[in-house]
Design a protein around this ligand. Structure first.
Ligand code: DAH
Length: 493
């Protein structure tokens, strides 16, 4: 999701653990122009997803590796770190209605249109999003459910957790499937008008609620004005400045409380695991930065100072009133947020590689189980526990390079898809699955005489669960090279 940072620089947005770091931005920018013959022959007329057939078309780009991840729903596995993180965050929002089993297959309308994404928004590109067909996608964020939940649910607060899907790089913090939590808190203007509370003054009623929120003692850097005419505008047709300010204050305190709790627990787990450094670490520092999302205004991101750098943990803002009007609740006013569960779980549990979440290895999964007792002969599993991850072993890495010339045929005219770095990522995933730790472009040049472009990628093979044999790695690597030639018409060098 590309937006404009408050300082004017173009950046990718997404409080997701997926699109946010600077290296991702550099990757996003690296769109390599070349031609791909789209092989519609290999696409079946229907895709069967969650036991339902979906007609395919020229937009279809969901690979089998993704289809097999659909049923996993890590956020619902009882003592899985993603589910434990979800529950920890939910516990900070008492009284909110929670949803966690909406289908990941949504319409383009739900995922983009209902949120006000312009037609040419880069998030809609086939290079970034999995299309089931022209009208249907695998949700790219939990915000896809905002409008529907506002329409159907009359509670003042709700949370949605969801598996989300994005075509992306391969490295230790990126995976094409990850999990997000969305939340919103709104106030009903009409109900307030007829109640005695705050004399029907919405801003006052919200401030009264702010006063009821727990306080914390963490230092928060927040130099931002409540709204800013250019960078972070008030929705002047709908809100008074006082109302927007009160909503913003409630949003900030509520979300700071989440982050404070997560980091307190992370520290507790580290200290319990004997990490002496954790006990003496500097106190937590957080800051708010202005942001842009198509469906909020004003908008902010919350960042945490972590291991010598500022890390974005969530996106948030005052919900665009048009969205609420469209959802049939014009009288509601409030805030929303979205956060990436993997990113938080990695900090909380000290998990160094995002692939671990997908592991079925008991040496991983058993670390977070807790037992509540024994019934008959069997042990009964408890709610799970937040514990520091203990690495079971680091297996050797096997790097292999693949260098090739892109096809010399030039312009991407004719509506044929353009080669994107995410395409090689996907090819690698589909061939070698989780046996690849990361993929990096290590060289790029244009031949001075022929004008052809050459690329070299380093694929680092390393399983989290065992040592890969040399033969096995060679075979995987040859498979990838072959598919590059057959599927993309490259010439190996
Ligand atoms: N959906 C956004 C993303 O994935 C995150 C987000 C930002 C959600 C702001 C929100 C919000 O609800 O208000 O990048």
């Amino acid at each position: 999701m590309v937006g404009i940072r408050a300082n004017g620089s173009l950046r990718t947005l997404g409080a997701t653990g997926s699109y946010v770091c600077s290296s991702c931005r550099a990757r996003q920018a690296r769109r390599v122009a070349s031609i791909r013959e789209y092989s519609s022959d290999s696409t079946p007329p229907n895709l069967i997803l969650e036991n339902r057939p979906y007609p395919t078309d020229a937009w279809t780009n969901v690979p089998s590796s993704i289809i097999s991840a659909l049923p996993r729903r890590l956020h619902l596995q009882p003592s899985h770190p993603i589910a434990l993180t979800r529950r920890l965050i939910e516990s900070r929002f008492p009284g909110f209605t929670t949803y966690s089993s909406f289908s990941p297959i949504v319409s383009v309308q739900q995922n983009f249109d209902s949120l006000g994404f312009p037609p040419d928004h880069p998030g809609r590109a086939r290079s970034d999003t999995y299309y089931v067909n022209r009208d249907t996608v695998l949700r790219t964020h939990s915000s896809a459910h905002q409008a529907d939940v506002f329409r159907a649910d009359s509670s003042d607060g709700w949370l949605v957790s969801a598996d989300v899907y994005r075509r992306d790089a391969i490295d230790r913090s990126h995976y094409p499937v990850f999990h997000q939590m969305e939340g919103a808190r709104t106030w009903d203007r009409r109900r307030l008008a007829t109640s005695a509370s705050a004399n029907g003054d919405l801003a006052q009623a919200i401030w009264d609620d702010v006063a009821r929120l727990p306080t914390h003692d963490v230092v928060v850097e927040d130099p931002n004005p409540p709204t800013h005419p250019e960078r972070n505008p008030l929705q002047a047709n709908y809100h008074t400045p006082e109302e927007a300010e009160a909503v913003g204050a409630h949003l900030k305190r509520s979300l700071e409380n989440v982050v404070v709790e997560v980091f307190a627990q992370a520290k507790r787990a580290a200290v319990a695991a004997g990490d002496a450094k954790a006990a003496t670490e500097e106190p937590l520092k957080v800051r708010w930065v202005e942001a842009y999302f198509p469906f909020t205004s004003p908008s902010w991101e919350l960042e945490v100072f972590w291991q010598n750098g500022w890390l974005e943990v969530l996106g948030s803002g005052v919900v665009k009133q048009e969205l609420l009007v469209e959802a049939g609740v014009p009288q509601r006013v409030g805030w929303a947020f979205g956060l990436g569960l993997e990113r938080i779980a990695m900090l909380l549990f000290g998990i160094p590689d995002i692939r671990l979440f997908w592991s079925r290895d008991p040496r991983f999964l058993d670390q977070f189980k807790s037992e509540v007792g024994e019934v008959g002969k069997g042990k009964v599993e408890g709610e799970g526990r937040i514990a520091r991850f203990q690495p079971f072993s680091k297996y050797p890495a096997s790097p292999r390079d693949v260098s090739f010339f892109l096809p010399s045929t030039s312009s991407p005219a004719g509506g044929r898809p353009v080669f994107h770095e995410n395409d090689i990522m996907e090819l690698v995933r589909d061939t070698a699955g989780d046996s690849v730790e990361d993929v990096q472009m290590v060289d790029e040049f244009v031949h001075p005489k022929t004008g052809r472009k050459s690329l070299c990628y380093r694929i680092n093979y390393r399983s989290l669960e065992r040592t890969l044999g040399r033969e096995e790695v060679n075979e995987l690597h040859e498979g990838i090279s072959k598919k590059l030639v057959e599927g993309w018409g490259v010439e190996l060098r």
